[in-house]
Design a protein around this ligand. Structure first.
Ligand code: MYR
Length: 131
């Protein structure tokens, strides 16, 4: 289950990923230490996600398979959806500004939540521990 409070523990290749996303150096440095926390609550096919970081607090509700909008902290807008494959959440999102695809997954492994990202050939991970 994804339910609970998660706090960022470490990143893997996240700076390269952000660079591929076109995020400038100053923002990348800040974002690498964003103190991201996510609270996830699932009810059937519907998820409530509360995101808090140094940049912002926001709340997102989504339903598996249903397209929704999500804006990154720098204002980049994405449109896409999450689906469940086995124990894994799989997200496919498209940038509104250039149409390119960002894919992401979430899986709980042991006491960690691992979120992976791919954009234009660059992979990254953000690994969370229970808070
Ligand atoms: C959620 O479930 O938390 C809301 C939807 C998330 C959509 C995809 C997230 C991609 C975030 C990429 C961050 C990249 C910063 C360059």
């Amino acid at each position: 289950t994804f339910d609970g409070n998660w706090k960022i523990d470490r990143n893997d290749n996240y700076e390269k990923f952000m660079e591929q996303m076109g995020i400038n150096l100053v923002k990348r440095k800040l974002a690498a230490h964003d103190n991201l926390k996510v609270h996830i609550q699932q009810a059937g096919d519907t998820f409530n996600v509360k995101e808090s970081s140094k940049f912002r607090n926001l709340e997102i509700d989504f339903t598996l398979g249903v397209t929704f909008e999500y804006s990154l902290a720098d204002g980049t807008e994405l449109l896409g959806s999450w689906t469940m494959e086995g124990d894994m959440l799989k997200g496919i999102f498209n940038r509104k500004d250039n149409g390119k695809t960002l894919t992401t997954t979430r899986i709980v492994q042991g006491d960690e939540l691992i979120q992976s990202y791919n954009y234009e050939g660059v992979d990254a991970k953000r690994i969370f521990k229970r808070a």
